[in-house]
Ligand binder design. Structure first.
Ligand code: UDX
Ligand code: UDX
Length: 442
């Protein structure tokens, strides 16, 4: 088993470190945020990720997982993963300052023959830049490998442990073999390519998944106009193995820490180098419009939203995470506020303070039943399983107007109508409150 280091203990770094420790490797983690390190040292996860705390605690107890807020003078580990954040900068470019900082600090502390493995999503060409930085720092015989991550928040541990593929990019075959060996217990398919191609695989994968979602959202609005059911359309399409059924769920559009910044960064890179990324631009436009379409559904039912009380169910960008970065639910809450509504947001795991920092005019609530009492509308914005199990009859009975806008097509229309709701959704018959047959006749 191998000794490795992981720089950056966020969503990707913490999960990767805990999983590598679970595979039997010794993992030394460094994060510049001391409060995050203090939590991790106790086996507490700074993020809501199912199963992560168990792995952290097992790794720590076995002596295979350690955390520090400062860099060692010299790295014992010969393989160092960079997993710091690469947020959106101006004009949509990726901000790689944290990668530069980490690499410049790491490079001066590496032994000859070490490998820098980049897990952060970085613009194409960053691997070469990292190699140049290491060389300028005086490193001898250092290899740089790109090893993009494909972890979904909420199922990150399963995604790590059961990868569809492990992508490795480098011009150093021996270095790629040494990194591939870390994953050997998982027996994965390993694709070895050059470093730029590996960096591009990550962007192209995320952009394609975002395209699939925007495609089905466009189909949803066409279904709505023509009286077809987008859920069945997606099911029928997905059974064709050439298309595949995943990422065809129509709804509020994609959000989170990756798709928005990665699609933008890819479009930005293309444009800067003279290409014309028109498909990517449409994919982003459609996504933006989905939020507006959801607000429009509330407005269509209630008329003017000034002074109306609207309860938004969900703050996170999807279920099983407490991540609020680019959350469509937050955008929706803020748009409703802009139209004059009093907005209350309910989320089972997101702390009130973090929500209020992003939606300062909203009220935070934990109890959906209480939050919806007297409301003019409930809008389901995150597909938390908890929301399916709510006492919907009681909620409908205590609302001022029992309007339910299900922006994720998550609830069963017949059950919700039977519970007393005026139920609206995205791209299914009755989405606008009219039956499909009426739409067709019209
Ligand atoms: C990761 C990536 O690596 C990003 O490129 C990818 O697109 C998405 O996943 P993520 O894990 O979501 O980012 O980032 P975040 O949760 O913000 O964590 C980054 C961690 O790095 C933080 O704990 C931060 O304190 C730490 N960090 C940041 C350092 O340790 N050093 C730095 O110089 C900067
Ligand atoms: C994504 C990628 O899937 C992962 O491979 C990458 O490494 C990081 O970015 P993540 O952001 O955690 O993962 O979430 P994901 O499950 O991909 O969902 C992204 C967004 O798309 C969410 O807002 C989700 O609600 C939305 N979505 C997803 C849909 O609207 N419809 C779908 O069919 C699937």
């Amino acid at each position: 088993m191998t000794s490795i280091a992981v720089i950056g203990c966020g969503y990707v770094g913490a999960v990767s470190a805990a999983c590598f420790a679970e595979l039997g490797h010794t993992v030394h983690c460094i994060d510049t945020d001391p409060s995050r390190v203090a939590l991790l040292q106790q086996g507490s996860s700074p993020i809501h990720e199912p199963g992560l705390e168990e792995l952290l605690q097992r790794g720590i107890e076995a002596g295979r997982l350690t955390f520090a807020a400062t860099y060692p003078d010299v790295f014992d580990a010969r393989i160092v993963f960079i997993a710091v954040n690469t947020p959106e900068a101006q004009e949509g470019a990726a901000d790689i300052r944290a990668v530069r900082d980490a690499v410049s600090t790491v490079a001066a502390r590496l032994r000859t023959g070490s490998i820098i493995v980049n897990k952060s999503t970085v613009p194409i060409g960053t691997g070469d830049l990292v190699a140049g930085m290491a060389e300028r720092a005086g490193c001898r015989s250092i290899a740089v490998v790109s090893n993009p991550e494909f972890l979904r928040e909420g199922s990150a541990i399963r995604d790590f442990m059961e990868p569809d593929r492990v992508v490795l990019g480098s011009d150093d075959r021996d270095a790629m073999d040494r990194v591939a060996a870390l994953y050997a217990p998982l027996n994965p398919v390993v694709q070895r390519v050059d470093i730029r191609t590996a960096e591009m695989i990550k962007y192209a994968s995320n952009a394609f998944l975002a395209t699939k979602i925007s495609f089905i959202n466009e189909i949803a609005s066409i279904c709505e106009t023509l009286g077809a059911d987008v859920e069945e359309v997606a099911r029928g399409m997905g059974m064709d193995t050439r298309i595949g059924g995943q990422f065809l769920k129509a709804g509020l559009g994609w959000g989170g820490s990756c798709f928005p910044k990665d699609v933008k960064a890819l479009a930005h890179m293309a444009a800067v180098h003279g290409a014309h990324p028109q498909l990517l631009r449409s994919v982003m436009d459609i996504n933006h419009d989905q939020r507006l379409r959801a607000v429009q559904k509330v407005r269509q039912a209630l008329g003017d939203l000034e002074g109306r009380h609207v309860t938004v169910l969900g703050a996170a960008f999807k279920a099983n995470t407490d991540d609020l970065r680019n959350s469509p639910a937050i955008e929706l809450a803020n748009l409703l506020h802009l139209e004059g509504a009093h907005v209350t947001v309910v989320d089972p795991v997101v702390p009130a303070a973090r929500l209020l920092a992003l939606a300062p005019h909203a009220t935070f609530a934990l109890d959906a039943v209480e939050a919806a009492a007297g409301a003019d509308a409930v809008v389901l914005a995150t597909d938390w399983p908890e929301f399916r199990a709510l006492p919907w009859h009681a909620i409908a009975a205590h609302m001022e107007r029992a309007l339910l806008v299900d922006t994720r097509n998550y609830l069963d229309p017949a059950t919700m109508r039977a519970a007393g709701f005026e139920y609206r959704c995205m791209g299914r018959p009755g989405a606008e409150g009219a039956a499909a047959s009426e739409l067709i006749e019209a």
